[in-house]
Structure formats: C-alpha cells, structure tokens
Design a protein around this ligand. Structure first.
Ligand SMILES: *Cc1c(COP(=O)(O)O)cnc(C)c1O
Length: 397
C-alpha cells in the first residue's frame, strides 16, 4: 500500500468525514507541493487561495520563526507590536481611514462584519443583511445564514434570522430585497465557491449608490479575493468602489490562520470596549506572517503579476473552450479563474490530478484555478500542457 493510502485509512477512522481527501501532502516549495509518496504537483489551489506568495516563502518562514521564538501569544488584554503594525498597514493600504478588528478565519471576520452592521443598525431598529445567491461567507451559523446556497444550509435549522438573498449582478433584485429593516449589503467582488463569478462594474457601482442612498453599509467579503489575487491588493480597488468595510483571511497571513475586518472611518468606532472579542485574534505570529506577506506582495508587484499571468491562463483556457464542445466558458479576474464544463467538474479535476496539477471545483460544473501569484511563465506553460493532456483523456481530442 502507498503511504498516501496508509494515512488516509487512519484519517478516515479518526477525522470526522466533512472532507474526503485522496492525497496526503508532505511539503511545499514555490508553486509545487509533494505528497507522502514523493510525487510532485503544481498546486493551482494554493491551499484554497492561501499561498499567494508561494509555499515555503523564506521571508514569511523567517518572520514566523523569529516571532515564534520571541512571543507567540499574549492575549488582547495587551497590545503587541506586529498586530499594531499590521493594522496600520491595512488601514493605509485600504485608504478608507478606518480601523481593523482581527479574527482567526474568514467566517469569523465575516461574523464580525455582520455583528458590526447589527450594532450600527441597532439605534434605528435595523438588522437585516442582504447577501447574494451563490455567495459564500463561511460555516458558522450566522455566516451560513449569510451564504445564499441551500447545499450547505441543509440540516442546520433554525439558522439565525435577518438575512435576505438577492441575485448577483442584478441591481433590481437587490433593491427588491431591501426593507425598512435592512442595514447592510454584503457581497464578494468575485464569487469564489459559487462558481467564479466576477461582479460587473455597473453592479458594484449600483450597490455603492444604493448604500449611500439608504444609509446601508456595503460589506465586501475579500476572504478569497484579497491580497492581490484579482490584480489589485483588494478586489474592490479594481472597481474603484469603496466599501464601508471588507474582510480578509485566506491569503492574509501566508498560511497561518488569521482573519481581519477592515472598517472605514464611518464604522471605525461602532464596536466599543468589550462589545466583541477574540482570544487569538491578531496573534503576533500570524500578524508577523501577514506583514511579511504584504511586504513580499508589494516588493514583487504580485497584484500586477496576477493580472498578467491570469490573462495568459484565461487566453490558454479560451483556446480549449473553442476546441471542446464540453467546455462552455472561461471567466474570472486575475489569478482567480473558472472553467465551466458541460457535466461534472470533479471528473476533470481528478484527471488534472493524475497529470500532476491540483485544481478545485466551484459548484458542480466549474473547475477553479487559484495558482500562487508567484507562478512563472514556464511553469504556466507546463501546467497548460497538463491541462491539454487531461482534457484529451476526459473528452478525447
Ligand atoms: C473561504 C471563504 C470564507 C470562509 O473562510 P474560513 O476561513 O474557511 O472561515 C468566507 N468567504 C469567502 C469569500 C471565502 O472564500
């Protein structure tokens, strides 16, 4: 038996079956990972959008090691230097003149955004948040309620009330979902789990205008899109539309768990002393890693690289769409790319894995590519050869 099979056999006996892994990863370097049997793969999942700066990035590893030896944790009863510096940096990068709340995951950052919106609305008796169908905001009860997808809500009733769902990229539908209880509109600039759907320019601008008109808070969930993936540090910057708050997590701390809610000046002091908290939020090791991520991202122009390499990837996939009847569409922004197939996307993801390329699904019929932003052109070419071979295997040529 392979080591992969050995570990997975034990795993299945002791880890709750929410995931169904078929590979056991052992190490990662740059844009590749290796499994316990020594097979190497291009990782076009980036650990689900996490490793924008590549696996084993020396600057991040060094920042983590140094801070780990100095102070791993001190609680938020005390301030720490890396957290303070990170908050300052995020406020500067956002240009929203506000403040940050730190959490440990995307769901928690979104939970904080929802709680802040409710606190903001409490004075006027408003609490409803309008979210988008096919959106994804996390797995806690409130963020699950915010997630407008039936498949992940099933079996968890009763979910928290106070959410209404509108059609993405349909401003009339958003208007129709607003009541006198509505306090916020929450959306992803590019829907990730929901199928890699970029918001249109008109939609982002329209949501902003609606929020201004009705004193609603515009919340952009940047958990998957943030830190350069879509071609700008935060995806909303690519639209020139400023949210009232946005959330970060996946790529923020280069592989360590960290979430952040970045608020504009308008909402900077809505949370007051003791009104929200997290034991580990803004942990100095995670914060040091995040500072290294931002430093590396800026120094290497990763947002611009994401835009350029993403364009090449989309072009290459468009050729495949033109060549295969079973491929319907390629869409995305920067290095967040979806290939829509006529049928089960999982079949193609499995075939890609056999070729040595790890990819994700996003819904039943979209193959999702989230490569590390440090991907070089020759690696992309090799990956595209693998995609060609996988397509030949699955669909014939
Ligand atoms: C992954 C994701 C989340 C949830 O983040 P977790 O860290 O898994 O809790 C929320 N929103 C978006 C857009 C995501 O992609």
């Amino acid at each position: 038996m392979s080591k992969n099979a050995d570990v997975i056999d034990i795993y299945n006996g002791v880890v709750m079956p929410t995931y169904t892994p078929s590979l056991v990863l052992y190490s990662g370097k740059g844009v590749t990972v290796a499994d316990v049997d020594g097979r190497k793969y291009y990782d076009f999942t980036s650990g689900i959008g996490v490793h924008t700066c590549g696996y084993g990035n020396p600057a991040i590893a060094e920042a983590i090691a140094k801070q780990a030896a100095q102070l791993t944790h001190a609680s938020n009863l005390f301030a720490n230097v890396p957290q303070t510096a990170l908050a300052k940096k995020l406020v500067e990068l956002s240009g929203l003149g506000g403040k940050v709340f730190f959490a440990n995951s995307g769901a928690e950052a979104n939970e904080a955004a929802i709680k802040l919106a409710r606190k903001y609305g409490s004075a006027t008796g408003r609490y409803e948040v309008v979210t988008m169908k096919n959106g994804f905001h996390g797995r806690t009860l409130a963020t699950l309620a915010a997630t407008g997808q039936a498949w992940c809500q099933e079996g968890y009733d009763p979910l928290p009330v106070g959410f209404a769902y509108a059609d993405f990229n349909d401003l009339e539908s958003v208007k129709a979902a607003i009541t006198d209880k509505t306090v916020a509109i929450m959306l992803e600039a590019v829907q990730g789990e929901g199928g890699v759907n970029p918001a249109t320019q008109e939609f982002m601008e329209g949501v902003r205008a609606l929020c201004d008109e009705k004193d609603l808070l515009m919340i952009v969930d940047e958990v998957q899109t943030g830190m350069g993936r879509t071609g700008t540090m935060f995806a909303w910057q690519g639209y020139g539309v400023q949210p009232d708050m946005f959330t970060l997590a996946k790529a923020l701390a280069g592989g360590l768990p960290m979430g952040a809610l970045v608020g504009s000046a308008k909402v900077a002091d809505v949370f007051t002393a003791s009104s929200h908290a997290s034991t580990f939020g803004g942990n100095p090791v995670a914060a040091s890693a995040a500072l290294a991520v931002i430093g590396f991202t800026e120094k290497n122009n990763l947002p611009q690289k994401a835009a350029e390499m993403g364009r090449l990837l989309i072009e290459a996939l468009q050729e495949k769409v033109d060549a295969y009847d079973q491929l319907l569409e390629v869409r995305g922004k920067g290095m967040m790319v979806g290939l829509v197939v006529d049928g089960d996307a999982k079949v193609l993801v499995d075939a890609l894995k056999e070729m040595g390329l790890l990819a994700l699904t996003a819904g039943p019929n979209v193959v999702r590519f989230l490569p590390p932003l440090v991907l070089k052109e020759d690696d992309l070419e090799e990956a595209i050869d693998m995609i060609s071979d996988a397509l030949d295997n699955v669909y014939g040529n």
